[in-house]
Write a protein that binds this ligand. Sequence first.
Ligand SMILES: Nc1nc2c(ncn2[C@@H]2O[C@H](COP(=O)(O)OP(=O)(O)O)[C@@H](O)[C@H]2O)c(=O)[nH]1
Ligand SMILES: [Mg+2]
Ligand SMILES: [Zn+2]
Length: 357
Amino acid sequence: MPDFFDLTAIGATDAVIAAFQPYETRGLLLGRVSVVYSDRYRIYTVRGEMHAEAIGALLYRSERSDWPAVGDWVVVEPVGANEAMIHAVLPRRTMFSRRAAGDGEREQVIAANIDLALIVCGLDQDFNLRRIERYLTLAHASGADAAIVLNKSDVCADLGACLAEAARVAGRAPVVAITARSPEGIEPVLRFLQPGLTVALLGSSGVGKSTLVNRLLGVERQPVQEVRESDSRGRHTTTYRELLPLPQGGALIDTPGMRELQLWADQDSLDAAFAEIAVLAAQCRFRDCSHIVDEGCAVRAALEAGELDASRWESYRKLRAEIAWHTPQTDVQAAQAQKKKWKAIHKAMRVDHKRGL
Ligand SMILES: Nc1nc2c(ncn2[C@@H]2O[C@H](COP(=O)(O)OP(=O)(O)O)[C@@H](O)[C@H]2O)c(=O)[nH]1
Ligand SMILES: [Mg+2]
Ligand SMILES: [Zn+2]
């Protein structure tokens, strides 16, 4: 363990340090969560990597989604050489969430404070634009920037065509093609990594995320799995999500367990991922246009004129239905909506009162 671990290299910005300031006087340390086990954590502090637990009050007094997650900046009290107690979680800048499995509407935070989401896809039989759209929506919802990394360029018959197809759904996200099979093969991805930046790898299992991580770290850190020849899909390997400091500065988060990704996003994130559809919808005659049968529908008109890709529209509709079904509404949002509703009702009642009703 090094005597001094550089937290700036893994993303301790001025804002993070300012948020920690009030605690510094009490002999507490700033830390960043690298791994979450069920009730234990691994963290990086200036003293290097430590094991940690959260104080009871932190867990009892907050929602599950406020518990420490991978990537969180935390305030810790060192106890012994290698152990610490987490006292507080500092405010998150960005946050990746999904619906907790088997539990209706509960938000589960997968990773926090990610600057850039690298959406990794395989250029084999698994190449799938619809999945890119899904991950892009998720990235927009998190607040992080996104870039698309097409891996396995060595097995792609028509790289130009695949790059062009991906670019058509990418919006403002840059698209690069790589092969994690060789050191030179990953060169296009290096420009996305820099000291202080936290990058997360998103993508289905089997696309080569762990191979890329190992290549970037320069060591075989993550287990790489064999894929089935038939459909290029990988079998699930059970590893922990982990924040890994990069030798050249910056941090990387590999995200196993995001195979069956349940969207935790909102309409705005969807509109950001499908900007051309959002622009069209704003031009429909009716504000609540169904885009199915209504008169003056700009979306239908564009579809019929061939100006809007039917598969894009189909993809958008599916994701929208999924979002509408599981509208992520925090308690605060729900309370605010209620407050607004009753304010309007009370206002109407006061008017009635003045009228002598
Ligand atoms: N042909 C080819 N295979 C790759 C490439 N990168 C990774 N693979 C293979 O894809 C399989 C899945 O890789 P892995 O890193 O475990 O994928 P992950 O599930 O996304 O972490 C392994 O058999 C890798 O050897 C590549 O650039 N080209
Ligand atoms: Mg993996
Ligand atoms: Zn319409």
